[in-house]
Design a protein around this ligand. Sequence first.
Ligand code: GLY
Ligand code: MN
Ligand code: MN
Length: 473
Amino acid sequence: MSANETDTSGAEATVADAPAENTNRRQPFPRGFLETISDGWADREEAVPQPRAQAPFAAARRSRLSAEFPGRRLVIPAGSQKQRSNDTDYPFRAHSAFSHLTGWGSDAVPDSVLVFEPTSNGHDVTLYLRDRADRTTPEFYADAAVGEFWIGPRPALAAVATDLGIATAHLADVELRPDDLVVDSDAELTRAVSELRLTKDAYEVEQMHLAVAATGRGFDDIVADMPAIIATPRGERAVEGVFHLRARTDGNGVGYDTIAASGPHACYLHWTRNDGPVVPGDLILIDAGVEVDSLYTADITRTLPVSGRFTDIQRRIYETVREAADTAFAAARPGVTFRSIHEAAMGVIARRVADWGLLPVSAEEALDADQGGQHRRYMVHGTSHHLGIDVHDCAQARREMYYDGLLEPGMVFTIEPGLYFQIDDLTVPEEYRGIGVRIEDDILMTDSGPVNLSADIPRTADEIEAWIARATA
Ligand code: GLY
Ligand code: MN
Ligand code: MN
């Protein structure tokens, strides 16, 4: 509950009831304001919509969770606004487990709590949320954090109940008990809600398609804007901004901070400072994903020659990364371990960097699980992670379900090998230094094998050159 929130539900407002406005920049509400502010409003539309498309899917997810915890009371909070500084907050985004189990996405009301109450044959599930405040209450007109006068309308309990297909109750009535299992406090429940997302249902797959399509449009925007981006002193910021515009207009926002890494910055895996120029002759690595309103996100990387044409060494490195990605893709099928995708990609990386004379040992020695790993200097990260409502989805799943688990139809994950030769890495010839390449695609596993959801975004060196030529013709 925020500091300036006032629980006066149902009370008649008077001067004495009004929140103390004793800050150094606000004045108390004069009597005339208080006597008139609650009158003269049209009746509210308390529209009760049809259940949203996600409702039956979220219900099935709740049933699966319920079956894992007979007799236990489960609590899944949406989370609260997080302070950024003073009285400004970060944009609210509900906890991923809460969103997955309710179907409530970017429109979720902060502070809501989902409670599974055990019954003799399962659980009764109730969603507690802050009910609308009557217009006679100070919350309505004086609470800058939650008052509808300030931040806009929120749905009534009955509307949310129909929309999501879940019984609702007022937040004030939520009761927490010492033996509750609470997500992020209880390890078993935290693991369970993560593992529940390892395979995606049909609704989730559709959302992933939408997220990938929007992300593709964002990449098209960047390519089309390349001349202006090059002309901007902090061109990496321009890349970030162009993508952000697309993410906000087509979705809820970005699913993670955009990496716009030009030239040697591409070798810093989490380069989100994005304050460098975009210089013709260099490559720019862009790792970006649109999070759609249901909160599912894409996670896609393309590495582009800023001038529109790869140099020979850039192309050689690029096409090697693509070979690693294609080899990993070919290795992925139902029933093989998740880990084998990485092993397939790393085999290519190790052999190629050995061929180029970059390793102090042979590729076979480098690939030895105990004694090797010399090639990992040039690709230190993993090749794949689960993807969905979180960019690194299912992160609390057990290792035997994740890294050592078997690929199943319905899983969505990335394939994202790279090669990164840092600008000051004396182990590689000078022509390699400062070149970083990653290709990242979003993959859906099906009964008949993997599907590359992001295949329509140009990815071979030739396709990329043609893409840039078309866009800037
Ligand atoms: N963008 C984060 C990742 O690729 O895992
Ligand atoms: Mn990724
Ligand atoms: Mn990524």
